[in-house]
Design a protein around this ligand. Structure first.
Ligand code: ADP
Ligand code: MG
Length: 463
């Protein structure tokens, strides 16, 4: 009685995996033609015996027409996705006795569901990364607003994928994890997975070694929200890129939310398929820049608060002014200060702040050349480079030269005398004077301070 149906294998995971692969390959071979949507996504995979992939079609399907018009495409896709010589056979629903259908459907659905994974997934999120402790400012206003919108209405926002980029330590990981944490807290999505690209690569390699790529594929293609951090790490990793390409397409087509971060904009991600980068651009691409002085102060205060440390405003000002590499360094300096003061049972004073801040500056020092600094200052204040190095004493020239010397002192390892020589001076006391003048002005003059901030930022970008 159950002949026609029972002769078909119950679709195991591998059948579904093969089917998914096959349909996806159809999409890739005939991009934009929607062949997969019109035809194959309406079929249900039933079995695979190593030779024949069997699928069930709805009663109204024009199976013969499909096989005739897309025969070549099907063969090619099968060869690419399942194996050489594999054939596709489609049974129409009306060829299966009516009374067998409900059972078959129920089984199918169950399998499809369990495949979509009722088993809980590990979100891998750090609970500290939330919106409520993420400080907003000019540098991140748009990125934060759009991230919040993704968190509030994931999958229905036009911001899919959501792509944020910016330098190391600018707050990317915190922001994208905040989205995941919020979505889980409100319960709007269940299967949220955060993974760094490095983990993704390692897991993928491990799955190849243990011949469990199907599990890997299934995990990542069946989430509601995928948060993938630092995707610049994929550069040069061809197989992972291909795998990611499929994962991305599969999630994207299923309308799942994808969130990505990178240290550079999509167009600068070499090796990434153009079809992918253009998809990125169709979602939202947003940049995080170095927070400005006010935001740096707010971040420091918030973090000090979290550690129940009370900080003299002058210390906060000092750190916010002098550590402008990134937020990670800023926080690192603050935590060290707190730790040292606890260790030495001494209050946090400016001396201690000086010592700690010095440790956080050198990372950049070796990288910036005095010439880069001179050029940046010349551009910024619109003073010809030659005048800057000449003996010219005109006020604007002298002012710009002082700023340049100050920045050289701050960002490079050159001696005072070395800096003096670069600007056509013999005497190192000129540099001491310049540094002091600029530092005094920074403390008293808001506008000037943000000029210097701007300059430092642009030099960092060009370093
Ligand atoms: P990235 O991923 O861009 O390298 P992270 O997100 O890891 O940077 O940020 C580095 C540190 O700075 C983290 O501890 C993070 O909490 C903190 N941070 C960065 N930006 C902000 C911000 N706007 N408000 C509060 N903390 C921030
Ligand atoms: Mg990060």
């Amino acid at each position: 009685m159950s002949q026609p149906v029972r002769s078909l294998d119950v679709p195991g995971e591998s059948v579904l995996a093969h089917w998914e692969n096959f349909v996806r390959t159809i999409d890739e071979l005939a991009p934009g033609k929607k062949v997969a949507d019109i035809w194959f996504r309406k079929l249900r995979p039933l079995s695979f015996n190593g030779q024949v992939l069997l699928a069930l079609a709805p009663p109204t399907a024009f199976v013969d027409y499909l096989l005739n018009t897309h025969g070549d495409l099907i063969r090619q896709a099968l060869q690419h996705s399942v194996g050489k010589g594999v054939e596709l056979s489609i049974v129409k629903r009306d060829n299966v006795p009516e009374d067998q259908l409900p059972a078959l459907e129920a089984e199918q659905l169950q399998l499809a569901d369990s495949n979509v994974g009722q088993e809980p997934v590990k979100a891998n999120l750090n609970p500290r990364y939330r919106f409520d402790n993420y400080i907003e400012g000019e540098s991140n206003r748009f990125a934060v607003a759009s991230a919040r919108s993704v968190a509030e209405t994931p999958t229905t926002t036009p911001f899919n994928p959501y792509f944020v980029y910016g330098g190391s330590g600018y707050g990317k990981t915190h922001l994208i994890q905040a989205i995941g944490n919020q979505v889980l807290r409100t319960g709007s999505l269940r299967r949220v997975v955060y993974v760094t690209s490095e983990q993704f690569v390692n897991q993928f390699i491990a799955s190849i070694k243990t011949k469990r790529t199907t599990d890997f594929t299934h995990l990542y293609r069946n989430v509601d929200m995928l948060i993938l951090d630092d995707i610049q790490f994929f550069t040069g990793k061809e197989r992972t890129l291909t795998e990611f390409f499929h994962t991305f397409n599969s999630l994207y087509q299923a309308g799942k939310q994808i969130i990505l971060s990178s240290d550079r904009p999509p167009r600068d991600l070499e090796d990434l398929d153009e079809r992918l980068t253009s998809r990125f651009a169709s979602g939202l691409v947003t940049e995080l820049t170095l927070p400005d002085y006010e935001t740096r102060v707010a971040i420091l205060e918030k973090r000090a608060d979290e550690h129940r440390a009370s900080l003299d405003p002058r210390i906060v000002d000092f750190l916010a002014t002098h550590i402008c590499t990134n937020v990670r360094d800023l926080e690192g300096a603050l935590l060290q200060l707190i730790a040292q003061s606890q260790f030495m049972r001494a209050p946090i004073d400016l001396d201690l702040a000086h010592q700690v801040a010095r440790k956080f500056a050198p990372t950049r020092r070796a990288q910036v050349s005095m010439e880069t600094i001179a050029e940046a200052c010349s551009r910024y204040y619109n003073i010809p480079l030659l005048d800057l190095k000449d003996r010219g004493r005109k006020k604007e020239v002298a002012h710009t030269r002082q700023v340049a010397m100050y920045i050289c002192h701050k960002l490079t390892r050159h001696s005072l005398r070395g800096i003096a020589l670069h600007y056509g001076r013999r005497d190192h006391s000129t540099v001491i004077h310049a540094v002091k003048t600029v530092e005094d002005r920074i403390t008293g003059d808001q506008v000037f301070r943000s000029e210097i901030d701007d300059l430092l930022r642009s030099i960092e970008l060009h370093a």
